[in-house]
Design a protein around this ligand. Sequence first.
Ligand code: MN
Length: 716
Amino acid sequence: MSYASSILGLLPGGRRAPGIAQLIAKIEGYLPPDQVERVREAFDYAELAHKGQKRQSGEAYITHPVAVAGILADLHLDGPTLTAAILHDVVEDTPSSMAEVEQKFGREVAEIVDGVTKLDQVQFKSRKEAQAESFRKMILAMVRDIRVIMVKLADRTHNMRTLSAMPPEKRRSVARETLDIYAPIANRLGIHSVKLELEELGFHTLYPQRYRVIERELKRARGNQKEFLPKIVKALRQALANAGVKGTVEAREKHLYSVYMKMRRKHLPLAQVVDVFGVRIVVGTVDECYRTLGLVHGLYRPTPGRFKDYIAIPRVNGYQSLHTTLFGPNGIPLEVQIRTEDMHRMAESGIAAHWQYKTGEEEGSAQQLRAREWLKGVMDLHEGSAEELVESVKVDLFPDKVYVFTPKGDIMRLPRGATCVDFAYAVHTGVGQRCVAAKVDRRLVPLRTVLRNGQTVEIVTARGAQPNPAWASFVATAKARSAIRQYLRNLKRGEAAELGGRMLNQALEEFDLSLRKLPDGRLDEVARTLQLKDGAELLEKIGLGERLARLIARRLLPADDDRPEASAQQPLAIAGTEGLVVSYARCCFPIPYDAVVAYLSSGRGIVIHRESCSNVAAFGKQPDKWIPAVWQKDQQRLFTAGLAVEVTNRMGILAQVATQIAAEQSNISHVNVDTSQGDQSTILFEVQVRDRAHLARLIRAIRGMKDVLKVERSLA
Ligand code: MN
């Protein structure tokens, strides 16, 4: 019976899923009694929880988790893995809670169950190649403990074995997902037996016709080989014995899916793939591997170019062996694999070896060490060369990426810590620039929300929306950060040029001139004498406070114009809408209709101070940097003002003052309470007001309150 047909023999109608008695018998063979007992307790608990539930096949539901545990027991996995396998569906499908599982079976088991439950919630939605690869990585990234993957793989294996109970449509999609996602994961982790079974079952379901053709061909080929294969095996054994090398020689079974894939990959006709002898030789040491290779090459002539040394350079999943192809009897190719016992064990169970239950102190630690070395070796060897693998093995050890879905089901890979805004920019810069809201798993969330693996993210955009400068403080991707900075730079430059134009016009008024009245090209001409590109750049520099409007205005006059400078400078009119190039000093909090002056802060633009501010006096030494300023009428925005409120200490006084401020249509942006004066306190507020009249109303209202001793506008 072929390997594949022995698997198919387990389909319903064949053998029944093994019961708990068989499972217990199996694990008693390698687990200590206390761990066996835990598995039995998990069974009692799960059986009760799943009571009354049936599988599609009509069997009691509990047969499924028991079968899943059985698959893992065949791999000799440890007690917590088996306990979790028995419990893997209780949280999702029964009233049991994760808290209860943790309380009864401990944190380790609960975390594995939790991981499997979470994996069940992400859905593979697209069949694209790259998508499948991303999905595999996402699955690996989602689990902290690789045992979660092993339970999931065993779960999938049993579901595949019992797939015939499902409707045809469902059968095909599960089989497709198995071939695209789960078999490659098993392969990547080196869990050979699981990989093979998933492939054969998936192939049989998805392509029953091709499966049958290949099966028939294989049977025919085996018939042909009957005559020669035993002779070849015997000759090889003899050669080893003569050279004093201890080892086993076995004929290798061909697997249907790998035959199929080889045909497709190498564009070979079926017969050419099938008509090959396959032999595996397992020896004691690496040395003996190479000696055996020599012996084999002495026996049959090797095919040039077909020798592969996977011992020196292991495959990406850590697989090690020597591969060679020889000209066998009658010219039929003979493929030989040579490896050590250790390599053979790793080739069979891969990463699973790390969590196999260790019998006996010595052997256990040696095996664990091997598994660890294997992992480390995989990581070291493929650094750079097979980036892909390093990344996907790394992803489960040091997850530094998150994988999320677009609403269409495409997968986006982002660095850990990425937010909705990063996602928006990753989709498209235009989406980032116009995003106004985000939905994660269909719920509205703040844009700064950090994304987690497996979430579906939808960005809401609005025409005319603009990036918010605050985003720069939380985005995690370079793409988002540089796009936001670029936008702000452009915005600031545009605003600076506009303000610069206004300032220059005011300065020109002193000479009865304006930018419009200047001869064409005059501004550009002057700009170039100042080593600037053009007039626009000059205006920008004025707006940013790097050039003085009055001096530029003078330069713009015709050469023969020797009018004396007007004694009083025209004040700059503050509209409040200049944006980033005009700011309001936090030392004195100017608000509309305060007497103010403007300070040209080179590169930053203009900072407005109140005339009474102590900093104005301090900067008096640089008269060129100060220009008079006035407020335009009809200010549209709110400004920050400082208030110092002295109160008697009493419960709830702060809340009452705050309520009063709100009642006067003002917001509080900051509060600080100074209680160092015994039974009195000073509360410092920063409030948002429209202008002096608004602030005056607010002060009056607070002053009228009980327990308020004094209110005044604070000056730094
Ligand atoms: Mn399950």
